[in-house]
Design a protein around this ligand. Structure first.
Ligand SMILES: NC(=O)c1ccc[n+]([C@@H]2O[C@H](COP(=O)([O-])OP(=O)(O)OC[C@H]3O[C@@H](n4cnc5c(N)ncnc54)[C@H](O)[C@@H]3O)[C@@H](O)[C@H]2O)c1
Ligand SMILES: O=CCCC(=O)O
Length: 503
């Protein structure tokens, strides 16, 4: 077993040898410099596999965040003058260094998030796919010519970068969430102050270490780290500072609503990628094994910790027993447990005891209200303090049980019987959230009817995975504002300027 030599930053022995230990830094990155907190404060980052402290990272206040915003504004004045071709070349170089350091990035993700190493590679590659997509988009940020009503006028539009973007990201899928947001803003010609989640700051720092190698103006990307207690004061500065033109947030609906309200005071543009509570519907005419396979990837990906994971599983009453049997058999065949560093392992612990408590509460609530566990998996003992096995619940009710109105964010699959299309659409559409939904049918008319009726930003029809760099990602209702990825993801960080010329 090899041990890393980055012992000055990494506080625990791990079974991985970093190829480039300089990616492990615990300082903030402001105006092109790596800095400690002025107060000297740091906060701990834990390994979810055993709750041991792995890093201590600098804990900033609003004072340093203010400086980071100033640095981003200074950089913007230089960066916005770069041609689109030059911006594309820089992004291409960033992609190259991220690719070259894929192993170390995946290892940091596994360390901080407890993600099995194989899944961490998937999230790094998913993040890279966004950078590659945005690189292609940079030189396609076209304007328009508009026929003018006045004979002696000509009207053109251009897409202008907005300026300083404040980005706040969550712990789940840290590499991809950062690259999807920061990559788009930088492709559009903006500069960024990023506040990563306190649980996963080292992924953000490593990404910035690679960014630094590329030759962007100092201050184009700044990383401001802070723990849960300092997040509100950091957020306050990001929302109130007038130099910030756009706040791009991914996280819970509660925090998103608060930040959106704060940004409203200075009418900042916001992008809000918030919580989901995805319905997953299996109609009586579905291919049952296909639906089972889709649910396995939608529900149990990242141990159930993505915003687009199925949360409420509606199965037509006539096929419930067959579906449950097949789901249980398939999940037992699919998942391998053990050390997150073992490439064969594909199901890991939850990110923290906070995550575990929430899933346990949803399970207890469902059981107290009449649900039953289908067949508790028996081979998941001794997997660490934050481990929760894939669990299938029968006899569930989405209107009376907690999972019906709150995201579980864990591997609990509550199966809810339904009798008609009308009933299931009413149940699927009642909740305030509207991020993703999924359904399985082999009936072509129902396919179009239900896809159009589901009130969500994304619909998966006979697929359990919708996420892709080219697909507009985002929600309606309380799941958010705006779209990430796709051509809309870059456009979101530009303003349309119209230029009227008299001739
Ligand atoms: N729609 C999407 O694209 C998407 C993607 C991933 C996660 N999510 C959602 O994120 C949630 C899980 O992430 P979480 O638990 O980290 O969410 P969270 O809202 O608690 O935290 C998200 C980020 O906001 C920061 N934060 C919290 N309070 C703040 C404040 N007052 N000011 C500034 N920053 C503050 C946190 O430190 C973290 O960086 C889930 O609801 C999930 O659905 C949504
Ligand atoms: O958790 C949210 C994002 C995951 C994804 O992009 O598929």
């Amino acid at each position: 077993m090899a041990f890393t030599s980055a012992s000055n930053v990494l506080l625990k022995n791990i079974p991985y040898q970093f190829k480039d230990v300089s990616l492990l830094d615990n300082r903030a990155y402001i105006g092109g410099k790596w800095l400690p907190a002025e107060s000297g404060a740091t906060f701990p980052v834990f390994d979810p596999e055993d709750n041991v402290v792995i890093f201590r990272v600098v804990n900033l206040t609003d004072v340093e965040v203010h400086k980071a915003i100033d640095a981003a504004q200074t950089a913007f004045l230089t960066y916005k003058e770069f041609s689109h071709r030059k911006r594309r070349q820089l992004l291409h170089q960033w992609i190259t260094v991220v690719k070259e350091n894929r192993d170390d990035l995946a290892a940091i993700c596994t360390l901080e998030l407890g993600k099995p190493i194989t899944e961490s590679y998937v999230t790094v590659d998913y993040g890279l796919s966004f950078l590659e997509w945005f690189e292609g988009e940079i030189e396609r940020l076209y304007g328009e010519t508009i026929p003018a009503a006045r004979e002696n006028n000509r009207i053109f539009t251009t897409r202008e970068p907005q300026g300083v973007v404040a980005a706040i990201t969550p712990w789940n899928s840290p590499i991809a969430m950062i690259l999807r947001k920061v990559g788009a803003a930088i492709a559009a010609g903006c500069t960024v102050v990023l506040k990563p989640a306190p649980e996963t700051p080292m992924c953000a720092i490593a990404i910035a270490k690679l960014f630094e190698r590329v030759g962007y103006p100092a201050g184009t990307l700044n990383i401001v780290t802070g723990d849960a207690a300092s997040s509100p004061s950091i957020g306050n500065e990001l929302c109130r500072n007038k130099l910030v033109r756009h706040l791009s947030f991914t996280g819970s609906t509660a925090v998103g609503k608060f930040l959106n309200g704060e940004c409203g005071k200075s009418l900042k543009k916001t992008s809000m990628e918030l919580g989901g509570n995805a319905p997953f519907i299996v109609f009586e005419d579905a291919d049952i094994q296909k639906a089972v396979d889709g649910l396995i990837s939608s529900k149990f990906r990242s141990s159930g910790q993505t915003c687009v994971c199925a949360n409420r599983v509606f199965v037509h009453r006539s096929i419930m027993s067959e579906f449950a049997e097949k789901l249980n058999a398939t999940q037992q065949k699919t998942f391998v447990y053990g050390s997150v560093w073992d490439p064969k392992v594909n199901f890991g612990p939850l990110y923290s005891s906070r995550g575990l408590e929430k899933v346990q509460k949803h399970l207890e609530d469902a059981l107290a209200n009449g649900a039953t566990v289908f067949d508790k998996t028996s081979n998941t003992e001794n997997q660490g303090p934050n481990f929760f096995p894939p669990t299938i619940l029968l006899d569930c009710n989405a209107e009376t049980m907690r999972f019906g109105s709150e995201e579980t964010f864990g591997p609990l699959a509550p199966l809810v019987p339904f009798d008609s299309e009308e009933e299931v659409l009413r149940l699927a559409n009642t909740y305030e959230s509207g991020l993703a939904s999924y359904f399985y049918t082999e009936n072509i008319s129902r396919l179009w009817r239900v896809a159009e009726a589901l009130d969500t930003g994304m619909v998966g029809v006979r697929v359990g995975l919708v996420s892709a760099c080219e697909q507009p990602f985002g929600g309606v209702k309380e799941s958010g504002i705006g779209r990430e990825g796709s051509k809309f993801g870059v456009e979101d960080y530009t303003d349309v300027k119209s230029i009227t010329v008299g001739i």
